[in-house]
Structures are given as structure tokens and as C-alpha cells.
Design a protein around this ligand. Structure first.
Ligand SMILES: Cc1cc2nc3c(=O)[nH]c(=O)nc-3n(C[C@H](O)[C@H](O)[C@H](O)COP(=O)(O)OP(=O)(O)OC[C@H]3O[C@@H](n4cnc5c(N)ncnc54)[C@H](O)[C@@H]3O)c2cc1C
Length: 420
């Protein structure tokens, strides 16, 4: 049995765990991160959603997510944002700073939320967008060219243009056209196309097919396939060769923008000397009194005991593996912490209800220091902080706050353990 000793142990490598690790390492702590898998980030759009819709009119997109969160927190003290309100702004700046240091710039809109097109031509509100998606000129564009690729499934330019006309407030004289590019491959996945486009000769073949279709004040939209590791270089190269703005739009998972963010954060953590063990599942814990003294983890058939002063539980919800539903009950899988089940009914009758499903709000309740509490508000284990999707009270699919909550709670936990 291998033994490890660290200041801070983080369990989970989703956005919340990666943020917590970055902030704790920034505070000078020795940090070890273990995770059984990579979490939801690689499946997500790569955008940071803070808050999407109006509280008073849930069918309307909200322009200013911060103002909406202020209103919501005043009414719902048990929402995760209520516990991290004090650091929300600094957590967003910290995130932008470490991403840009690692070659992935994120941008805020001129006011509040970006309204960005999706592959289906719907409009998606989000707060921080990767520079390659932040289509600032779109609302004023005279010409929009939507490009697809022969052989690439799940991206159909005509669907995007037809729906975008109805969903986005475009200038009345804006022309929308489509173009199918042919790179001579029969079937393409987003990842192998992205890899191909990192080769200069392939990118230039693409440029020569687009050039005859360029027009005045044009914006080009395309699926998120502009490079895996060298994304920023591929994008700049394309923009310079064409002389017009080119943007990727969000598409269904798996998503390269989410994977790029994951890679940028992992790269940052390695530079900060954070030890990362992936493919490693926490399977047992030793709790003496109100403290966890050790956890037992298993990876590649080998066991590992880890002693840590502070532990951050970033195991996600049902999808990440942090919570499990069993007949009549929900359990937290690592420490068996109390779970707040907010309703007798776990799901709503209507699948696409604007109220969402109650099970999305199930999770662990915490105090303002992100320590887990029981139904009387008493701290259950003192040296644990809980972050991200396994917190009670948020309904991310409806509120559009998943990555915002993960980012801010991860940052605060990292900051708090840095002070211990
Ligand atoms: C398909 C999809 C798309 C999404 N798109 C968006 C989006 O575009 N914008 C947005 O803002 N939000 C989006 N969300 C929501 C958002 O991604 C999540 O709310 C947020 O990223 C959750 O992060 P997390 O770190 O809490 O958990 P997760 O990302 O779920 O990570 C949990 C981690 O814990 C690990 N783990 C679990 N149990 C153990 C154990 N016992 N031992 C070791 N490791 C363990 C997992 O392997 C994983 O690494 C999306 C979610 C999904 C599912």
C-alpha cells in the first residue's frame, strides 16, 4: 500500500476541482488531485454560464446575470451562489487570468450575457466565452456564411441559418448563406477534423474553398473544430488568410471547446506543481471525531492511502459519480454526507418544464465556509469543503449556472484551504 501526505487533497477533476486546485496551489499549499474520470467539462460548451434567464419571466433571456443573481440570492439563501457571493467577481478574474496565461483567452460581452448562436440556430446566453466563440460583430453583420464539412455528422448549416433568422435579432438586410467544404474524407469526427486543421496545407485547402464566397462585412460561423491543442494559432491563421471574422458555435457533446479548457487548466496545474492522479477512485475514508484523517483510493489495481489537512470534495452530482440514486434514497458516494432531497417528487411530469426537475436541486448543504452541514445546520466533518455540482439548491439546466457555480465554489474552497 502506497502512502501519501499532502496539505490539500482534491477529489474530482471537473471544473470545480480544477479551480480549487489552482487557487490552493496559488496560496502556496501542497496539492494532490485524484479523480476517477475527467468530469463534465469535456462534454460542456466550454462557456461559463453564470445565469441565463429572468427570474420574473423565465422564458426571457436575462441581460445582466449578476443583477439576476443578486435578486435570486436575496430570495434563496440555500442556493450555492449565496455561499460564494463574496468572491464571485474575483473568482471570474482569477479564471480569466489563468486561462489566458495558458493560451486560452475568455471574453465578457459589452453588457451582461453574450447571446451566442448554437449549431441548431438557437441563441444561448452565457457570461464568459472563449475568444473563438465570442461573436461580437454578429448582431451588426451584413453577411453571415455558415460552413459545414462533408462527412462531419451533427452539424447542418441549413438548420443553423433557418433557425437563426427566427431566433436572433439580425439586421433586416443581413444575408445568410451556407457552404459545404470538402476535405476529401468520407467520415469525420470533430476531433480528427480538428487535428487535420492544425496542418497548414489542410487549412490552406479550406481557405481556397472559402475565398470565392467572401463578401462585405462578413462573419463566418462554423462547428467547433478549429484545432485541438493549437486552437488559437489555427483560428488566427484562418482569420488572417481570409480577412474576415471567423467564429465557432457551440455543438452537442463531445465538445472541443470544453476539452480545450480542461487541457489549459491541467497544463496550469502541472506548472503549479500540483500532483494529479487520474483513473483513481476514492473508495474509503477514515473519520475520527469531526475530522477525516485519511482516504483510501484505488487506481490500476493498486491501493493508496492519502492523509491531508484539508479535503475538497468535487465529485459532481449523479453524472460525475458524487451522488447515487437508490430506491427511495440518494447517497453521497464518498463520505455518506447528508443529502438534502427537496421534494417528495424527484421529477416533474413535464420533461421540458420551465421549473426543471427537483432531482437537479438535490445535494449536500454547506455553510458559508463550504463545510457540509446536517439538517440542524451543524458541521458534519470540519476539514472537508464541498463544491460544484454536488451542492444542494441549484437547478443548473434551467438556471444555466453549472460552470458558474463550479468555478466560484471551487475558487472559494481553494482560497479557504489556503488560509488554514
Ligand atoms: C453534457 C453537459 C453539458 C454541460 N454544458 C454546460 C455548459 O455549456 N455551460 C455550463 O455552464 N455548464 C454546463 N454543464 C454543467 C456543468 O458542466 C457542471 O455543472 C459543472 O461543470 C460540474 O462540475 P463539477 O466539477 O462539480 O463536477 P464534474 O464535472 O461532474 O466532475 C466530477 C469529478 O469527480 C470525479 N469523481 C466522482 N466520484 C469520485 C470518486 N469516488 N473518486 C475519485 N473521483 C471521483 C469524476 O470522475 C470527475 O472527475 C453541462 C453539463 C453536462 C452534463
Amino acid at each position: 500500500m502506497m502512502k501519501k501526505n499532502t496539505d490539500v487533497l482534491i477529489i474530482g477533476a471537473g471544473l470545480s476541482g480544477l479551480m480549487a486546485a489552482a487557487k490552493a496551489a496559488d496560496s502556496g499549499k501542497k496539492v494532490l488531485l485524484v479523480a476517477k474520470g475527467m468530469g463534465a467539462l469535456g462534454l460542456s460548451s466550454g462557456c461559463i454560464d453564470l445565469w441565463g434567464y429572468s427570474l420574473d419571466h423565465p422564458e426571457e433571456i436575462c441581460q445582466d446575470p449578476v443583477q439576476e443573481i443578486i435578486k435570486m440570492v436575496a430570495a434563496q439563501k440555500d442556493h450555492p451562489y449565496a455561499k460564494v457571493w463574496d468572491v464571485l467577481e474575483e473568482s471570474l478574474s482569477f479564471f480569466q487570468q489563468i486561462c489566458s496565461q495558458n493560451g486560452l483567452a475568455y471574453e465578457v460581452a459589452e453588457k451582461g450575457n453574450w447571446l451566442l448562436p448554437t449549431a441548431l440556430g438557437t441563441v444561448r446566453p452565457t457570461y464568459l466565452a472563449p475568444a473563438g466563440m465570442a461573436a461580437r460583430e454578429l448582431p451588426r453583420a451584413k453577411n453571415i456564411l455558415v460552413m459545414g464539412f462533408q462527412g462531419l455528422k451533427d452539424f447542418y448549416p441549413e438548420v443553423l441559418t433557418t433557425n437563426l433568422k427566427n431566433n436572433m435579432n439580425l439586421p433586416a438586410d443581413c444575408q445568410l448563406t451556407t457552404l459545404m467544404l470538402d476535405l476529401g474524407k468520407i467520415e469525420l469526427s470533430p476531433n480528427n477534423l480538428a487535428y487535420l486543421l492544425e496542418k497548414d496545407e489542410v487549412l490552406q485547402r479550406l481557405v481556397s474553398q472559402i475565398k470565392p464566397h467572401l463578401a462585405e462585412e462578413m462573419v463566418i460561423l462554423m462547428p467547433p473544430v478549429l484545432g485541438e491543442r493549437g486552437h488559437t494559432k489555427v483560428l488566427l491563421n484562418l482569420v488572417e488568410s481570409l480577412g474576415v471574422q471567423v467564429y465557432e458555435v457551440t455543438n452537442i457533446p463531445p465538445s472541443l471547446p470544453g476539452q480545450r479548457l480542461q487541457q489549459a487548466l491541467l497544463h496550469h496545474l502541472k506548472k503549479q506543481s500540483v500532483e494529479i492522479i487520474l483513473g483513481c477512485t476514492v473508495i474509503g475514508t477514515t473519520v475520527l471525531g469531526e475530522h477525516c484523517t485519511e482516504v483510501l483510493a484505488e487506481g490500476s489495481g493498486k491501493n493508496l492511502t492519502i492523509a491531508a489537512k484539508s479535503i475538497i470534495l468535487a465529485t459532481g452530482s449523479f453524472l460525475g459519480g458524487g451522488m447515487e440514486a437508490q430506491p427511495g434514497k440518494v447517497i453521497e458516494t464518498v463520505f455518506h454526507l447528508p443529502i438534502k432531497v427537496l421534494d417528495e417528487k424527484w421529477s416533474a411530469k413535464e420533461f421540458l418544464s420551465l421549473e426543471g426537475h427537483p432531482f437537479s436541486k438535490f445535494g449536500i448543504e454547506v455553510n458559508n465556509h463550504l463545510q457540509p452541514v446536517n439538517s440542524q445546520g451543524e458541521v458534519v466533518i470540519k476539514n472537508i469543503r464541498v463544491i460544484g455540482a454536488n451542492l444542494a439548491g441549484a437547478n443548473y439546466p434551467i438556471e444555466k449556472c453549472g460552470n458558474g457555480v463550479a468555478l466560484a465554489t471551487g475558487y472559494k474552497a481553494g482560497k479557504l484551504v489556503g488560509e488554514v
